[in-house]
Design a protein around this ligand. Structure first.
Ligand code: UP5
Length: 215
């Protein structure tokens, strides 16, 4: 029987570069299965599995979870999917991640979609997301707006969307993820997108990249 290897596209970019915003649009237009490494790890935390606590500590510190855990979660999700065309979002984040995926899953990415965005814009977007989350809570609970400042001290969107962890996430991104992007670039596999424009403009570029893919 003719067997075709799954098609994998890695989606990389700094925290807040728009990976999670653009991926559902790719799914909608091009029928890929979206696997977000960060979400798979979050599900492990919430399932209270034996690794959950450890994963949460890594996330809080903006550190990268050991490859064997992330790769196992990705591999399971790929095996369980009927759709064999994947966009893998937020992975590989370091050299160890990249080597582990290629050695264990034995698939090389078709290409790497890279959302290029300056550091100031990344910080602005992530802090803004935290505030938006708070506003949603206040509105949903019909609480008066003057509680916003009071609540903002206690409530956080994501555990890692505070100014301290954002600094750590950005450092890890520039020091360990960017070299992975450079590695793939040296192999001619990077499709770089200017991510500092509107969501719509960014998706126009994303669309033209995916439109060229083999069916
Ligand atoms: N926004 C999006 N696009 C915009 C645009 N063009 N113009 C204006 N605003 C825009 O977007 C962030 C915010 O910006 C949103 O409010 C959005 O509306 C707005 P989003 O699409 O969420 O950006 P994204 O790149 O997905 O940012 P995210 O913060 O989710 O990225 P991270 O890479 O930090 O998050 P992830 O979940 O991948 O990882 C979190 C942690 O998990 C890591 O720090 C690490 O500890 C751990 N992890 C691992 O250890 N290993 C892995 O393999 C993966 C994760």
């Amino acid at each position: 029987l003719f067997y075709r290897k799954p098609l994998v596209v890695f989606v990389l970019g700094g925290p807040g570069s728009g990976k999670g915003t653009q991926c559902p649009k790719i799914v909608e237009h091009f029928g890929f299965r979206h696997l977000c490494a960060g979400d798979l790890l979050q599900a492990e935390i919430e399932s209270e599995s034996e690794n959950g606590k450890m994963i949460q500590n890594f996330k809080k510190e903006g550190k990268i979870v050991p490859s064997e855990i992330t790769v196992k979660l990705l591999q399971q999700a790929m095996q369980q999917s009927d759709n064999k065309r994947f966009i893998i979002d937020g992975f590989p984040r370091n050299e160890e991640n990249r080597a582990a995926f290629e050695n264990i899953v034995r698939i090389k990415p078709e290409f790497v979609l890279f959302f290029d965005c300056p550091e100031e814009e990344l910080t602005k977007r992530i802090l803004n997301r935290n505030q938006v989350t708070l506003l949603h809570i206040l509105v949903a609970e019909s609480l008066p707006m003057h509680l916003f400042t009071t609540f903002s001290v206690f409530l956080k969107g994501r555990v890692d969307d505070n100014i301290e962890t954002i600094g750590k996430r950005l450092k890890v991104y520039f020091e360990t993820t960017l070299p992975v992007i450079n590695y793939y670039n040296s192999k001619g596999k990077v499709q770089k997108i200017d991510a500092q424009r509107s969501i719509k403009e960014v998706f126009e570029d994303v669309k033209s990249v995916f439109a060229k893919l083999r069916p």
